[in-house]
Design a protein around this ligand. Structure first.
Ligand SMILES: [Zn+2]
Length: 354
């Protein structure tokens, strides 16, 4: 069996969400560091080559994201501590209390709020994605992991897997949320473009729509985004994006493809949707592929109602490998600790099959 190159970093373990605030209630965070250690153990057990990430500069990152978002993430926790919030009122994570919606501003100029408790909502769109002491280091480490995987593929490796944590596909150009801080998959796609691939495709098999990646490339005809995910219209995150009629804008119409799926969809329906996306990618003519590899569509996962099996994930990997283009797989969601390692291993087994 062909082995994948696996890229990892200790930095990715430094983010401790501490909590999520859902409908005002503080609940334990689910995007925990043990996710990454479980996956790494499973991949070492089946013999994949594992390497540590190299350090990269901010060049690609700053072309995907608004530099002010990046600067905010780099500094906001220190500002939060300096303002005394861990002691009074006793909040040890950066949590928004006011998120300036388009309707609130109604065309008024954007302003940078002075107070850190207001700045907390300037770049974040939900209350689930808290910033703590190691969050920046982990998110930035995930970018290094991703770019190291891209380097390997550009150097001739057919398949590299970025064990990126925290995940990234919910981050738009200028707003983070959904347990994501920086968009690893979007950075991978941009880096592959920069390396000379004229057309790059991102195929997102996470259970949730990657609204961030969609937005980053929505106006661009050079990057295709395709996603299969639980139907946001049935009441699932990200609620406002991921519908079938979102196909791209301007010159990019036709380069965005969403396949929303009914609750309870299992292998058959999921793989049929993947096949439609894969065919669209082949028509698009991508010369490199990024896979947003979320394994939360699995039967046992607590975060989605999809019911995909290990065999389903392996079959998805096989379908994508049939495109025979250099591939960077980037870890997204997956929250059932006892199975997520074997699910990632199954997908890589499929991806490495041709
Ligand atoms: Zn997800």
């Amino acid at each position: 069996m062909t082995r994948a190159l696996v890229v990892r970093s200790d930095a990715c373990l430094l983010h401790v969400p501490g909590a999520e605030i859902w409908v005002g209630v503080r609940t334990p965070g689910t995007e925990v560091a043990e996710r990454a250690t479980r996956i790494e153990t499973a991949l070492r057990d089946v013999g994949h080559r594992v390497v540590d990430a190299d350090t990269h500069d901010d060049d690609v990152l700053l072309r995907v994201h608004d530099p002010r978002l990046v600067e905010h993430l780099r500094t906001v926790y220190a500002r939060w501590v300096a303002a005394g919030f861990p002691d009074d009122p006793g909040q040890d994570r950066v949590v928004p209390y006011l998120i300036p919606s388009a309707g609130m501003l109604d065309g008024l100029p954007e302003r940078e709020p002075t107070a850190v408790h207001a700045a907390a909502g300037r770049w974040c769109y939900d209350t689930m994605t808290l910033v703590g002491p190691g969050t920046w280091e982990a998110a930035r480490g995930a970018i290094d992991v991703t770019l190291t995987a891209v380097d390997a593929v550009v150097a001739g490796e057919p398949l590299a897997y970025a064990l990126a944590r925290p995940p990234g596909h919910h981050v738009t150009r200028a707003a983070y949320g959904g347990s994501c801080y920086l968009n690893n998959a979007a950075v991978a796609a941009q880096a592959l473009r920069d390396a000379g691939h004229d057309r790059v495709a991102v195929v997102d098999i996470d259970a949730h729509h990657g609204n961030g990646t969609q937005v980053v490339f929505y106006d661009r005809a050079d990057v295709f985004y395709g996603s299969l995910h639980v139907d946001p219209g049935a009441g699932w995150f990200p609620h406002y994006a991921g519908f079938a009629d979102e196909t791209g804008r301007g010159d990019a119409v036709g380069t965005n493809r969403n396949e929303p799926l009914a609750e309870g969809t299992g292998d058959d329906g999921w793989l049929v949707a993947l096949d439609r996306i894969a065919s669209a990618v082949e028509s698009f003519g991508a010369s490199a592929l990024v896979v947003s590899l979320g394994v939360d569509a699995a039967l046992d996962d607590p975060e989605s109602p999809l019911r995909v099996s290990h065999d389903g994930y392996e079959a998805a990997g096989r379908r994508l490998s049939a495109m025979r283009v250099p591939t960077v797989a980037v870890q997204e969601g997956g929250y059932h600790l006892d199975t997520l390692g074997s699910l990632v291993a199954a997908t890589l087994r499929g991806l490495a099959s041709s």
